[in-house]
Design a protein around this ligand. Structure first.
Ligand SMILES: Cc1cc2nc3c(=O)[nH]c(=O)nc-3n(C[C@H](O)[C@H](O)[C@H](O)COP(=O)(O)OP(=O)(O)OC[C@H]3O[C@@H](n4cnc5c(N)ncnc54)[C@H](O)[C@@H]3O)c2cc1C
Length: 490
């Protein structure tokens, strides 16, 4: 039987997953076709749930000094912003940070945890048998190698070779529209030009080092294929059409076109091969959710795959990855499709009037607390809830656990080693000790005073909770939860 895991792709998803596996002691190798890390950054943000995940793993101090906190975020480019701060989390903000920075921090962490990252290695074929998976790789000198592992995870992006080799379908729709982005070191805009551009739907975002990113959809270029390179003249002309001026942009650092091809893998697992991140879902990059969803896929999968490889996973644990994360992928696709319509329809002459009315109505609704909770909860991923595994589960089950101040410090750092965490009351019969993947603490969550015991998963979601004060019942329920989740008989 083969051991260890090969992760294909050193993008944010693959690197996060490699860190999670290595943290649990799984021998992990990342193979990446690029020789150098990517310099240009598609994504620019860590959303609130991703910030929480970094806090849980003790990595937030590496991210915070490099990023800029923002509490408001757009949905479909509507003027009223989603309010992340209103969701009541300790980290109720997104962190503006270039994707290249996120990848560099995760690669550094992976290195510290002993992950081997083989750059310049392109995966060409993947075959599985009863004992493991064989991966054919072409190395930097065009030398072919065959690697083996117990499991392979395709984190190799939208055109995933791993997905195709595993025979996993990727149904959805092809690109029907494209937008453009441009990063400029020098932007010599006249007073008011950037504000006008913003009012007319051209997004401008300050980047590190004083650069600025412009993002726009131009009705005249909407149907140009994303494979077509963008020229500076084209970008400037589009800016003039959309923003009323070229905003004084100088030489670009990067120009690119992106489209709305939308697809969801029909399975996230085929035997010993799994998918995560863009390999499992692609969509229009609206409201900056792709990278974040990939990180959260990795956080969900990492401990489950590690438990499987390390031999203590309860039956069916690994399959909960698809059961929990594929509905999130579907919801992501739906919300980006809705946002695409909100961008596209006002640009089409025949829909301009009703589309503008629709946007005005939705903008008003966004100002309502309940609507904010629903949409900001989804975009931030603070609202992610996984379905309960038993019909009589406590309502907390599947929800993320909010951080809290406990008598001896904060809750989140207790998740740093990615073990289960059992919070119990002092009058409960002693919980099991000495299990490497279970930490116990006599403490109650201050925000949940009627919860008498709670089992938190390594990814920070609630596995089980009870409000009963009857000691015997609580002990029996807890034994069931430990069997079902932590794989121990007590
Ligand atoms: C214009 C734009 C703006 C965006 N903005 C945001 C944003 O603000 N926030 C956000 O969350 N998301 C955003 N996204 C989406 C985000 O960039 C992606 O969702 C994210 O990069 C996905 O990460 P990943 O690791 O799953 O895949 P990728 O980043 O695509 O990484 C896949 C890796 O696999 C490697 N690879 C591919 N094939 C092979 C092979 N055969 N062998 C070995 N290696 C291979 C690739 O070289 C690559 O390094 C944006 C996207 C675009 C286009």
């Amino acid at each position: 039987m083969d051991t260890g895991v090969i992760v294909v792709g050193a993008g944010p998803t693959g690197l996060m997953l490699a860190c999670e596996l290595a943290l649990a002691g799984v021998p992990t190798r990342v193979v990446e076709r690029r020789i150098e890390p990517q310099r240009d950054s598609r994504a620019l943000s860590l959303h609130p749930r991703s910030v929480e995940l970094m806090d849980q793993r003790g990595l937030l101090d590496r991210f915070l000094p490099l990023g800029r906190k923002v509490t408001g975020w757009h949905f479909g480019g509507l003027p009223t912003q989603l309010d992340f701060a209103a969701l009541g989390a300790r980290h109720g903000y997104a962190l503006f940070l270039a994707q290249a920075r996120t990848e560099a921090i995760l690669a550094e962490r992976a290195g510290e945890l002993g992950v081997e990252i083989s750059r310049g290695h392109e995966v060409r074929a993947v075959r599985q048998d009863a004992d493991g998976v064989e991966v054919e790789v072409r190395g930097p000198d065009d030398v072919a190698q065959t690697l083996r592992a117990g499991y392979v995870v395709g984190c190799d992006g939208g055109r995933s070779v791993v997905r195709a080799a595993a025979g996993i379908g990727f149904p959805g729709t092809d690109e029907t529209l494209t937008g453009m982005l441009g990063d400029f070191a020098v932007v010599d805009a006249r007073p008011g030009e950037l504000e006008t551009a913003r009012e007319r739907g051209v997004l401008s975002v300050p980047l590190e080092g004083g650069s600025t990113r412009f993002v726009l959809l131009d009705p005249e270029l909407l149907r140009v294929s994303s494979r077509e390179p963008v020229t500076l003249e084209e970008f400037r002309a589009a800016l003039v059409r959309r923003a009323g001026s070229d905003c004084g942009v100088g030489e670009p650092r990067w120009l690119s076109r992106f489209g709305n091809a939308t697809r969801l893998a029909d399975r996230y697992r085929a035997g010993r091969v799994l998918l995560a991140g863009d390999a499992a879902h692609i969509h229009f990059p609206a409201a900056g959710q792709g990278l974040n969803t990939g990180l959260q896929d990795a956080m969900n999968l990492g401990w489950k795959l590690a438990a499987t490889v390390n031999g203590w996973a309860p039956p069916g644990l690994l399959d909960t990855y698809e059961a929990e994360r594929r509905p999130i992928g579907r919801a992501l696709i739906e919300n980006t499709e809705i946002q695409t319509l909100l961008f596209e329809l006002p640009l089409m002459e025949q829909y301009r009037r009703p589309a503008t009315a629709l946007r005005t109505l939705l903008d008003e609704l966004l100002g309502m607390e309940e609507v904010n909770r629903r949409l900001a909860g989804q975009v931030s991923a603070l609202g992610t809830v996984y379905p309960p595994t038993t019909p009589d589960a406590d309502p907390l089950v599947g929800h993320r656990i909010p951080d809290a101040d406990l008598p001896r410090g904060r809750l989140y750092p207790l998740l740093k080693k990615a073990t289960f965490l059992l919070l119990t009351r002092p009058d409960t019969p002693a919980p099991p000790t000495g299990l490497p993947h279970l930490t116990t603490l006599t403490a109650l969550h201050p925000a949940l005073p009627d919860v008498t015991e709670i089992l938190i998963r390594p990814d920070g979601h609630t596995a089980w909770a009870t409000r009963t004060t009857a000691t015997k019942k609580r002990t029996e329920e807890r034994a069931g939860a430990l069997r079902g989740w932590v794989g121990v008989n007590v």
